[in-house]
Design a binder for this molecule. Structure first.
Ligand SMILES: O=C(CO)[C@@H](O)[C@H](O)CF
Length: 532
């Protein structure tokens, strides 16, 4: 008797990925279709089309459907045993939207198993090029939405975020403003995640609470659509969106199309799909109090928060694995490129020298602090390099090793300050899960551990959204019995402990964090005065 398996899908920007795991959480199959390479007829770059205005960015929705056809054929040719798949779930790039044309529900439901799905669905989309998260063409719609609900902070208090150009409500508003007839022809609007779930369900899948939190439309407290936000974006929107559901919901059984064409079992359950970042939180198996830090080109923080305080930066989303709590996303644009520039200038381009500089300078850097933003920073909105000595006087430069420590301590103090502004609290059980390039440098991790006064673990997150989706497929089958995800995936490989805080770190950094926050306000004010 073949062992049961679970599938996790990731409809990400550049590729479609799938992972199969067995009941012991061991990966038994993985595959991917790269949109640019494997579907060249769509002529995408990085899976997207950047339009002439340099602001509008879209992806062809039929490319996503055809990629699914291709990957299922690859799995079939490799002899993958579809009949043992007990459940599947998935993730989609956040904020992107799909516009189903009137009448498509019947075509989706009755797709012939003799045809690839992309042929069956070729006339089903009112908009063939879906707006995606890289789009920034909706500034006017963002202003209109914030004004309609009483301002940016009011919108953040309702939906978890101020208005952002990529967020779906503003994208829908743009389509309604510019193509009202196309909007009128649309019977359903999906996110990329719920669109992908619909393909497997053979019906329109609902939007889950977590990915729905990235639309500027969902009230994150009672998990219902905000009438004031919907009305500000487009008319009769609630009918086109359907009702949102908890992210662990079992939506139903797989469509007969897959049973007849690929041999899936009629009992295979579809668990609600969600956004790629919420799915990654599941894949990293974050628990209450944990922080995941992806140290990449930009640094991204994933936080598990029980009582969030929405702000004008960052994003509060409904937690995908626990409907009673929340997750927060914070993005710091000046990440590894900033670290590499200082390494090149102050450590002759060598990470070993960079690490030696961190070893040869004292924690707290004798009170020297710095803000390093070569490009316009997102958190906070500031640019330039600003250095301060222990008397809070601006200085033009630091000795090389002091510069290195000021950069790293500054980057991590900013992360703690802005995480705590969103309501995050360092707890006794707090763990920092670090991933990305800089997470291989123990001296950098030691500063991170000291600033947060928490142990730092390293994890491999290459497929975290896909793996998290497979974990959520298992969890969905038992979620109704209130079994937490952590219990379902305790057999998964544990994160590796890398460093623990230096004794006295909390006492040292507590006053420095306060100074850093005050200097950040001073720096922001002086930047504003300069720009005004
Ligand atoms: O816009 C984002 C999050 O708000 C990105 O991380 C997308 O989810 C990437 F697909």
């Amino acid at each position: 008797m073949a062992a049961p398996s679970f599938l996790g899908w990731d409809f990400s920007t550049q590729q479609l990925k799938v992972i199969a795991i067995d009941e012991h959480l061991r990966v038994i199959y993985e595959d991917n279709v790269n949109f640019d390479k494997d579907l060249p007829e769509f002529k995408t770059q990085g899976g997207a089309h950047v339009h002439g205005d340099r602001l509008t960015v879209t992806s062809p929705v039929l490319m996503w459907v055809k990629a699914l056809d291709m990957i299922l054929e690859k799995m079939k040719s490799s002899g993958f045993n579809f009949s043992q798949v007990r459940a599947l779930s998935g993730a989609g790039q956040q904020h992107g939207s799909v516009y189903w044309k009137k009448g498509s529900i019947q075509i989706l439901k009755n797709a012939s198993p003799k045809l690839p799905l992309h042929q069956a669905l070729k006339a089903c989309f009112a908009i063939s090029d879906s707006p995606i998260w890289m789009d920034s063409s909706t500034a006017s719609q963002c202003s209109a939405l914030e004004n309609a609900v009483g301002g940016a902070q009011r919108l953040a208090n309702i939906t978890g975020s101020r208005a952002y150009e990529r967020f779906t409500g503003n994208q829908i508003a743009k389509i309604y403003n510019q193509n009202p007839e196309v909007y009128a022809q649309t019977e359903r609007i999906s996110l990329v995640s719920s669109f992908a779930a619909s393909l497997f369900l053979g019906a329109y899948a609902p939007i889950d609470y977590s990915d729905g939190s990235g639309m500027n439309l969902l009230q994150i407290w009672d998990k219902s659509w905000s009438a004031s936000c919907l009305d500000a974006c487009a008319p009769e929107l609630v009918e086109k969106l359907g009702n949102p559901v908890p992210s662990h919901s079992v939506l139903g059984s797989i469509s007969p199309y897959y049973i007849q064409r690929y041999g899936f079992s009629p009992d295979c359950k579809i668990v609600a799909f969600t956004g790629d970042n919420p799915a990654s939180l599941a894949g990293m198996r974050l628990e209450e109090g944990d922080i995941a830090i992806s140290l990449g080109t930009s640094d991204t923080l994933f936080l598990w928060i029980r009582e969030p305080t929405p702000a004008l930066e960052g994003h509060i989303l409904c937690n995908p694995v626990d409907s009673q709590t929340y997750m927060a996303l914070l993005c710091f644009k000046n990440g590894s490129l900033m670290r590499e520039r200082i390494r090149n200038e102050c450590a002759s381009g060598s990470w070993d020298e960079f690490s030696k500089a961190l070893s040869s300078t004292v924690a707290g850097n004798n009170g020297n602090l710095g803000f390093y933003f070569d490009v316009m920073e997102i958190t906070p909105e500031a640019v330039g390099v600003h250095r301060f000595n222990s008397d809070n006087q601006k200085v033009l430069n630091f000795p090389k090793e002091v510069e290195i420590r000021a950069l790293i301590e500054g980057q991590f103090m900013a992360k703690r300050i802005h995480a705590e502004k969103l309501g995050y609290k360092v707890m006794p059980q707090t763990r920092i899960l670090a991933t990305g390039g800089a997470s291989h440098n123990k001296k950098i991790l030691q500063v991170l551990s000291d600033v947060f006064n928490a142990p730092v673990y390293t994890i491999d997150t290459a497929n975290s959204a896909c793996l998290g989706s497979a974990y959520r497929a298992i969890h969905g089958l038992v979620a109704e019995t209130n079994v937490p995800l952590a219990d379902v995936v305790k057999l998964a490989p544990e994160p590796r402990l890398a460093v623990t805080p230096t004794a006295g770190a909390e006492e040292l950094y507590h006053p420095l964090l306060k100074r850093y926050a005050e200097l950040e306000q001073k720096m922001l004010l002086s930047t504003l005065l300069l720009l005004s």
